[in-house]
Design a protein around this ligand. Structure first.
Ligand code: UDX
Length: 436
């Protein structure tokens, strides 16, 4: 099938590349000409494990193309995916200007029946808005389909190639059939394609992300309670996770959820509920808990130093909002760094992938080291903010040699409590006993 993908961010690039991988002809379009040129030369502008191999292969084999010319992209494409940003506007609602602007441009260019698919996370009713814009600017036949992505950064390729489910929201029979054919190779193992109306499909995405964020905030509150009553959140997680109705995944307490999706989507769903005169109480609590949780480690640090961290030097391991990504959007590390720097602390940080992105935002307020151990030189304590595998089993001899004091604040519960006792560390993690 011939496909156009409008927008080459994380979602657009993964979608375009993975659709090419099953034999489709895919043309990705972006207004950023520099980026398009870079991709035409075979350079992948993002870090996503496994993507580069597929990206290069599909370009080489002539199935994946890039252009900054929308007309060229639309010419032969039957299905047009919109993978454009929907950032939170000033009032917390998703800003649809990119999506609706693209719909208008597309309407003016199409000369035959097209299926326009929203991959971006868009509020309920957006498909209707897109339809209205298209109707206003074209007499051609078209269908608007909601097909939300459920890709996790870091495993996005795997999620696309073997999805748990595919949700397709449309009332148009022709579009339904085309979308079913397009996705057939991805659900060969029997996972479902779930067809529904556009509004249910749009809401499904928000419900999924908000439910997962709720799980996290719930576990973070359990962790906070564990600290007060002397229980261990890891035990609680295992104790409840083995109940199938709860499930083992997404029960890890830490320093709050971040990233490009959860904070934005929870906020947008709460806002959309409010606009419909519904007070979504749980979501408000989920956000409040997360706001507090993302700087809880700073509170622990301040408490340890009796409120005064001025001139203290901290090593930070991990800046990305989660491992296996260079993405720092809404990363708890940014909030923590901000608070500590404001309090007069000196920070030296290392992250395997995200340092360039942090440099662009934080600049020289902190220093950056080439490896995780250099960050420790003369530091009063180590703070662990992202659970990269490389931090899980460090060389504790080097830690001891380089740190000024054997003090670790762990926002991701990486180390065994007994090991920390045996090694003689002060070790403060989340929802577990403080080792001192
Ligand atoms: C998420 C959804 O999982 C995906 O389906 C959706 O399409 C996009 O948003 P992503 O943002 O890549 O994906 O990250 P995810 O792995 O879901 O983690 C989100 C945040 O939750 C991270 O900050 C992570 O650290 C945090 N998290 C996750 C926890 O704090 N505890 C957990 O148990 C799991």
């Amino acid at each position: 099938m011939k496909i156009a993908v409008v927008g080459t961010g994380y979602v657009g690039l993964v979608t375009g590349t993975c659709l090419a991988e099953t034999g489709n002809q895919v043309i990705c379009v972006d207004i950023n000409e520099k980026k398009v040129k870079m991709m035409q030369e075979g350079q992948l502008p993002i870090y996503e494990p496994g993507l580069e191999l597929l990206f290069t292969r599909n370009i080489t084999q002539g199935r994946l193309h890039f252009t900054s010319n929308l007309a060229e992209a639309l010419e032969e494409s039957k299905i047009i995916f919109l993978a454009l940003p929907t950032p939170p506007g000033g009032d917390g609602a998703a800003d649809l200007s990119y999506v609706l602007g693209a719909a208008k441009d597309i309407a003016k260019l199409i000369k035959e029946y097209k299926v326009i698919v929203t991959k971006s996370t868009v509020p309920v009713g957006t498909a209707d808005k897109i339809t209205a814009v298209l109707q206003e600017h074209t007499d051609m036949e078209f269908a608007v389909v909601s097909n939300p992505e459920f890709l996790r950064e870091g495993v996005a390729v795997e999620d696309f190639m073997k999805p748990d489910r595919i949700v397709i929201g449309t009332d148009d029979e022709r579009a339904r059939k085309l979308m079913g054919e397009l996705y057939a190779p991805y659900v060969r193992q029997g996972n479902p394609i779930i067809y529904m109306d556009q509004r249910s499909s749009e809401l499904t995405k928000y419900a999924a992300n908000s439910f997962l964020a709720t799980k996290i905030s719930f576990m973070n509150e359990i962790a906070n309670l564990c600290e007060l009553v002397g229980a261990d959140v890891d035990m609680i997680r295992r104790g409840i996770g083995s109940d199938d109705r709860i499930g083992r995944r997404f029960l890890f307490s830490g320093i709050g959820y971040g990233g490009s999706c959860f904070p934005k989507d929870v906020q947008a769903l709460a806002k959309s509920a409010k606009e419909n005169n519904y007070d979504f109480k749980i979501l408000n609590a989920v956000m409040d808990v997360n706001d507090i949780q993302r700087t809880i480690l700073v509170e622990k640090v301040k408490q340890y130093y009796q409120g005064n961290v001025k001139g203290k030097k901290f090593a930070i391991w991990g800046l990305a909002f989660k491992p296996e990504t260079d993405d720092i959007r809404e990363a708890p590390a940014l909030y923590i760094i901000d608070e500590l720097v404001k309090a007069g602390a000196i920070i030296s940080a290392f992250d395997p992938e995200a340092m360039e992105n942090v440099k662009n935002v934080v600049g020289d307020k902190i220093t950056y080291t080439d490896n995780q151990y250099d960050a420790l030189d003369g530091a009063d304590a180590l703070l662990i903010l992202t659970e990269w595998s490389v931090f899980r089993t460090p060389d504790f001899d080097q830690l001891e040699a380089k740190l000024k004091a054997k003090v670790i604040f762990d926002g991701r519960n990486l180390y065994d409590i007994q090991k920390m006792i045996d090694c003689g560390y002060y070790y403060n993690s989340i929802g577990r006993k403080v080792v001192s």
